[in-house]
Design a protein around this ligand. Structure first.
Ligand SMILES: Nc1ncnc2c1ncn2[C@@H]1O[C@H](COP(=O)(O)OP(=O)(O)O)[C@@H](O)[C@H]1O
Ligand SMILES: [Mg+2]
Length: 553
């Protein structure tokens, strides 16, 4: 008996729709792309309840004629390509003619539009799978309204995250396009409240509007041109870095793309300029001849394939390397082998304190004492190190937590976990934690769902001195702050938080033995010079400096 059958058209379409429309943010992405393709100068996105009850995207682009508006809802209806050859020369963001019909498949869709050449506009509504076209008053441009997303796909609906998180994802999407297209005005209205309003601007100005003015001030321009390739944009000075790669955006022919390789090529010139685990920020536009590009490799068009990869990746590295030329390489990776050849170039006011990655490696440090219950003085081979005890232990813990195997340690050893290890969370927190148990586990923290919004703490790393429940409570709070993160980026934030609350504090008295133990542990650290937040762990006062200041030479 035959078991393979061709799917019903409606079922097949529903499946295809699922590939394009994964969640509210993917609807917003497609609609913004359509507005940009329609040459809009202003795009406004309005949502309600995380986009599930309403998404409205309005633009002042070229709009659609009545006939086109009706056609736009047909599958594979597109004004952007005609023949298969056109696929290799795509300049627009859309080309598949799939977005609008896919959205119409899983939501109530309505288009209101008018072209410059028409007096009357058009309203198109999809009712029971049939497009209903009416004459209607409308400004030039298009407005697409999507209501009741996934009303007919309960499974999809169930998988949506909380409205707050969906809203954040939508805002992230919008901000990405705002970075890519600084000359377009963007507005974002959430449940009737304006959350974002960006005027048309220059590139760097837009970066400032999206990421903050201080960030923009720390960015340097990059640029590289060859025959059929142009790379330009902005990367952060080594003084500015983040623990995650969330702030790295690449646009290939103005299309936002994700690519581990591009990231790698961007970060290469930062070697020796950023401590391990720190990542530069970047906004980079790569413009290539569309023939060198295959944009048709990903259902949501988030990835592209280059035909001349080497040239393109090389250009990114080269452009960045040029921009960083003036910033010295002061960090050598590898442990304990840092010679900090800093000629005495301080001005008169510069205290002889190098808050930097000095040659920590020149042999073990001997604890001399503690001052103000906050700093440990240590004799090094060639001078004196002043160590911030909190930052030092924070970094040590952080590295232990993020190491490949944090050496998780079962609460109570081989015994069953104590009953007192249950924790009750708010529904929203519970949902968040539930989705990311893996990231917690990677830090050696085992939590198990245990009834409604309740979890059981099974294990925490041995070296964490704080109470398990206190630890989890603090981590969940931190997690809420970074609720859009996942994977390594989330793990990083959680590890930094766990390290921070576990570390000795400024003001804690340490015995000489404890002081020395801390210095010894720091000596084993991979990146002893900075704490997880990027602050220095110690400053050096060199013998040379002392000699100079005491006029011995
Ligand atoms: N905001 C808009 N302004 C003008 N035309 C639009 C707009 N949105 C969609 N269209 C028209 O509808 C067609 C179908 O859109 P879509 O389903 O997203 O497919 P694609 O973008 O791949 O062509 C587009 O090719 C375009 O002609
Ligand atoms: Mg489109």
């Amino acid at each position: 008996m035959n078991t393979i059958r061709i799917l019903d058209k409606s079922v097949a379409e529903r499946i295809a729709a699922g590939e394009v429309v994964e969640r509210p943010a993917s609807v917003v992405k497609e609609l913004i792309e359509n507005s940009i393709d329609a040459q809009a100068h202003a795009v406004s996105v309005e949502i309600r309840e995380g986009g599930v009850s309403l998404i409205r995207v309005s633009d002042n682009g070229i709009g659609m004629s009545r006939a086109d508006a009706a056609l736009a809802l047909e599958r594979f209806a597109t004004s952007k390509i005609v023949a298969a050859e056109d696929l290799s020369a795509i300049r627009t963001l859309g080309f598949r003619g799939e977005a609008l019909p896919s959205i119409a498949n899983v939501a109530q869709l309505e288009i209101l539009t008018r072209t410059g050449g028409e007096i009357e506009g058009t309203r198109v509504r999809v009712v029971n799978g049939q497009a209903e076209v009416q004459v209607a008053g409308a400004p030039i441009g298009a407005q697409v309204v999507v209501r009741d997303l996934f009303y007919n796909a309960p499974a999809r609906r169930k998988f949506q995250k909380s409205p707050l998180r969906e809203t954040e994802l939508i805002q992230k999407t919008l901000m990405t396009y705002a970075l890519a297209y600084p000359r377009i005005a963007f507005r974002f209205v959430v449940d009737g409240r304006e959350a974002v309003n960006l005027a048309p601007s220059q590139e760097l100005e837009r970066i400032g509007a999206v990421w903050g003015r201080q960030v923009a001030a720390e960015m340097v321009e990059v640029s590289y041109t060859s025959v059929d390739l142009h790379v330009h944009g902005f990367v952060s000075r080594p003084t500015l870095a983040r623990a995650s790669r969330e702030w790295q955006t690449f646009f290939v022919n103005n299309r936002p793309v994700r690519s581990g390789l591009l990231t790698m090529m961007l970060e290469r010139p930062y070697a020796g300029r950023l401590p391990p685990g720190r990542h530069p920020l970047a906004v980079i536009w790569i413009d290539v001849d569309p023939h060198l590009l295959d944009v048709n490799v990903h259902p949501r068009k988030a990835e592209v394939r280059f035909y001349q990869e080497r040239a393109i990746y090389g250009a990114v590295t080269q452009a960045t390397a040029q921009a960083l030329h003036d910033f010295p390489q002061t960090i050598q990776s590898g442990q304990m082998d840092w010679s900090f050849a800093n000629a005495a170039s301080e001005g008169p006011m510069a205290l002889a304190l190098h808050e930097s990655v000095a040659d920590y490696g020149a042999g073990p440090w001997r604890a001399v004492g503690q001052i103000h219950n906050t700093y440990i003085l240590a004799q090094s081979m060639d001078g004196l190190a002043i160590v911030d005890q909190h930052a030092a232990q924070e970094q040590i813990f952080y590295e232990q937590l993020t190491s490949a195997s944090p050496g998780s340690s079962i609460l109570g050893g081989d015994q069953p976990p104590p009953i007192s290890s249950q924790i009750q969370l708010m529904p929203q927190e519970a949902e968040l934690v539930n989705e990311h148990l893996e990231e917690y586990r990677s830090l050696g923290i085992e939590i198990e769902p245990f009834g409604e919004n309740t979890f059981r703490l099974m294990a925490i790393p041995v070296f964490i001195p704080v109470d398990g429940l206190e630890l989890i409570t603090a981590l969940v709070q931190e997690h809420e702050r970074y609720r859009t993160l996942e994977g390594d980026e989330l793990r990083d934030k959680l590890a930094a938080k766990a390290a921070c609350i576990s570390a000795i504090k400024a003001g804690d008295v340490l015995t000489p033995v404890q002081q020395q133990a801390l210095l010894d542990a720091l000596g084993q650290a991979y990146s002893p010079a900075t704490c997880p937040h990027g602050r220095p762990v110690f400053v050096m006062l060199r013998l040379e400096e002392l000699e100079r200041r005491f006029l011995r030479r």
